[in-house]
Structure formats: C-alpha cells, structure tokens
Design a protein around this ligand. Structure first.
Ligand code: ADP
Ligand code: MG
Ligand code: MG
Ligand code: MG
Length: 418
C-alpha cells in the first residue's frame, strides 16, 4: 500500500492497491486479479466496499477528506479513521465478539479492512421491515454496560484513562458535527435543517420557541462537551448495528470521544422509540404492527435493565479505578455505602440518558441527518403524523426527565401519544 499520499480507492484500483497485503491475501484470496469489488456504502461519510475472492471476503472502509453526503464543499479530516480504528480495538477488548474482526489499518490511506458480516443486515432496515430480533436487547444492553464501564475511571488505571482522553481529544471535527447538528441546529432555523413541511411547521415553530426545551438542550450539550467520563461510541443508532437472528454486531465508531456514560444509551433508545412511532407509517392495515410495537418497547426495557444489571455486576467485581474505592467502603466493612453510591450513579445516568434520547429524536426529524424509519414513509401526511408524535415524546423526555421516575412511565406516555 502507498503510505505517502492519500488517494481515494475505487472498485477498479482496489485489488491492485491492496492485493499485495499478506493478511488480505489470506482472508480474500492470493490472486487479487480474481477479487471482485462492490461499493456498498450507504452511510453519510465514507466509502465502503465488499471484496470477495477465491478464499473469502472482507469489508474495506475508507474515509474521504470530505463528507460523502455533501461533497468536497464540506471538508472532514481523514484522521476520523484513526479514531474509528482505536475505538474498535477498545470495544473489542471490553466486550469481545461484539464488533467485526479487524484485519488491516492503514492510517495514511485512512483505510480499515474488517470482517465482512454476512448474512447480517443493518438493524434499522430489519426494524422497518417489522422483524423482531430476540437477542438485540440483551446484546446491546451488555455492550453499553461493558464498554462504558470499562472505559471509565470506575475501571481503568487513571494514567491509562488520561492518556486515552488525550488521544481521543483530537477528534474535534466529529464532535463539532454532533455539537452543532444534534444540540443546536434543530432548535433554530439553521441552513442545513429540513423537516416535513408544511405539515410540521406549527409544531416546529412551537418547539423552537420553547424556552425550557432550548435550555435543556444546551444543558445536555454542556454535559456532552464537559463530562469526559468514558469512551463513547458516539454514533450508536440502529444504523450502526448489524444483526442476524442469532448475532448482534456494532460498527462505525468514528465519532468516538470521551463523554458521558449516558450518551450512547440515550441515542440508542431514542432510535427504538422513533422506530416505534414510524411503524404505523409502514402498516398496510391499521394494527398490523401492534406486536412489533410491543416488541420495540420490550426491547427498550431489556436494553436498559440489562445495562443496569451488568453495570451493577461490574461495579461489584471490577471497580478498580480511582472512583468510589473499596478501601472506603467494602474494606471498611460498609458494603452498603458502595450500593448507595451505585444507585446514585445509575440514577444520574438514567436522567441524562432520557435527555440525550429526547434531543436525538428532535435532530433526526428537524436537522440535517434524517433516518430511514421515517424517510421511507412516502406519504408526507402519514410521515408527519408519525414524526409529530416522536417530536412530542422528545420534548417530554428532554424537559421532564427529572420527573420521569421509571421506564414504565414512558411506556404510558408513548402509548398515549400513539
Ligand atoms: P459510514 O461511516 O459512512 O456511515 P458505515 O461503517 O456505517 O459507514 O458502513 C456503511 C454501510 O456499509 C453499513 O450500513 C453496512 O451496510 C455496510 N457495512 C459496513 N461495515 C460492514 C461490515 N463489517 N460487514 C458488512 N457490511 C458492512
Ligand atoms: Mg454508519
Ligand atoms: Mg457477547
Ligand atoms: Mg460513520
């Protein structure tokens, strides 16, 4: 591989450029003239190719020096590939088996070559089709608990955590995208915003004039930028999860940053609530997706309760960092102090998680990056009706999060809106 000057791959040049790599020869096939390359990227930012050969297959992902969705007018540094690679390595150590195997990383060319997940599909697509996947609640709950606990000061030696914070602190441009597109743009008439118009215009105007909501959105942005608790995935929506009936994998952590434990969980649950409200837009007869709606709310419960239970287990067994040390609690004969602190920490994560979920819902309906759950509802009246319910839930979560005592309260709100 050319280590010097960055050059974007194409389906034509890929085999000759990567064909001499021994790891790839072993995975794909020694004769690269037999490699078959297909571009599959459906994401907003990067190039993704599936490469198949005599022996097997691999995924080649390459960052471009700009945002793929927008073009060269929006530059974005190649180093996001470096952060994605380092996040993948850490996630793989913290929750083995949950991310694709990594074969090659080429920093100068911003290329990550990884395991081709097949017959996996993107979770968001599966949910739009109405597929109920029984494993994802537990797998994703464990994933967030393990990666977020094990990346924090609850677990890591403080030298290691501080060095890692310094490394990821340079992911400035991707954090800037979140800071603007998620936390600010949806709440005023920013240039790149769009929404289903004119149907949603009155509700959008109401939300943008809502002082309590704007203040909460900025408090949450403050948490996002200042609360460097753990290494977050940073883009953990249902488009970053690939599934079969028996396996769950998480991809695409290029937005990785040190932030609040609650951030990934909030973004993830928001995408299940949006899927819930989008289901009626995919029904051919009313009520056809009732079971699917139940399944989605059950999955939200399972993710959260699995997260809590696993986080508590890790708290009791792996709390080796600088925080809430056993020498003050268990080793002084006061294990209940550790349990009391655990409950306070979990409660804070819960309140923040609700807030981040609310903001994520808003930005997917009011901002630049919309999601397929709603976008694939062709009739704008039907789409707007689904989106309006989700927007109202988002407002409730963000503003009332300190008064929402448990997830079953949210289930009631969600079912009432529906
Ligand atoms: P982006 O950062 O541009 O969003 P993603 O990493 O999300 O790129 O990948 C884009 C698409 O490529 C995914 O939605 C998925 O369809 C496909 N893809 C990515 N990684 C894999 C993989 N390891 N195995 C199979 N398909 C993949
Ligand atoms: Mg993606
Ligand atoms: Mg596992
Ligand atoms: Mg991405």
């Amino acid at each position: 591989m050319d280590k010097q000057v960055f050059e974007a791959l194409s389906a034509e040049t890929l085999p000759s450029r990567l064909g001499s790599n021994d790891v790839l020869k072993d995975k794909i096939g020694a004769d690269h003239t037999h490699w078959n390359v297909r571009e599959v990227g459906d994401g907003n930012l990067n190039l993704v190719f599936i490469v198949t050969g005599d022996k097997g297959a691999a995924i080649v992902k390459q960052a471009l020096p700009y945002v793929r969705l927008v073009g060269e007018s929006w530059p974005l540094p190649l180093k996001r590939s470096f952060f994605e690679y380092h996040a993948l390595v850490r996630q793989s150590a913290r929750d083995p088996g949950m991310i694709p195997e990594i074969y090659v990383f080429d920093m100068a060319q911003a290329i990550i070559v990884m395991e081709y997940l097949t017959p996996h599909v993107i979770l968001r697509r599966a949910l739009i089709e109405g597929r109920q996947l029984s494993r994802i609640g537990r797998d994703l709950g464990l994933f967030v608990a393990r990666t977020l606990f094990r990346g924090s000061d609850l677990s890591l030696p403080t030298q290691e955590k501080k060095a890692d914070m310094a490394l990821f602190a340079d992911n400035v441009e991707l954090c800037d995208i979140t800071e603007n597109l998620v936390f600010s743009d949806p709440y005023f008439e920013a240039a790149m915003n769009r929404h289903t118009s004119p149907q949603l215009d009155p509700l959008v105007a109401e939300l943008r004039a809502d002082r309590d909501l704007k203040v909460e959105a900025q408090r949450l942005k403050h948490l996002f930028s200042a609360k460097a608790e753990t290494l977050c995935h940073g883009d953990l929506h249902t488009g970053s999860v690939m599934v079969t009936d028996i396996e769950t994998k998480v991809i695409d952590p290029e937005f990785a940053f040190y932030g609040p434990i609650s951030f990934d969980i909030g973004m993830l649950l928001a995408n299940f609530w949006m899927s819930y409200f989008s289901q009626s837009g995919h029904e051919t007869t009313s009520g056809e997706r009732d079971e699917m709606r139940d399944y989605l709310l059950e999955t939200v419960d399972t993710i959260w309760h699995t997260f809590r239970a696993e986080f508590a287990t890790l708290w009791r067994t792996e709390r080796k960092g600088i925080l809430y040390q056993a020498r003050l609690f268990e080793e002084r004969g006061d294990p209940l102090a550790a349990e009391q602190a655990l409950n306070i920490v979990l409660d804070e994560i819960y309140r923040e998680m609700l807030g981040f979920a609310g903001i994520e819902i808003h930005r997917r309906i009011l901002g630049l990056a919309h999601n397929a759950d709603f976008e694939t509802i062709a009739d704008p009246d039907r789409r707007a009706s689904c989106e309006a319910k989700a927007l109202k839930l988002g407002r409730h979560l963000a503003v009332n999060r300190h008064r929402i005592h448990c997830l079953s309260d949210i289930r009631e709100t969600v079912e009432r809106l529906q």
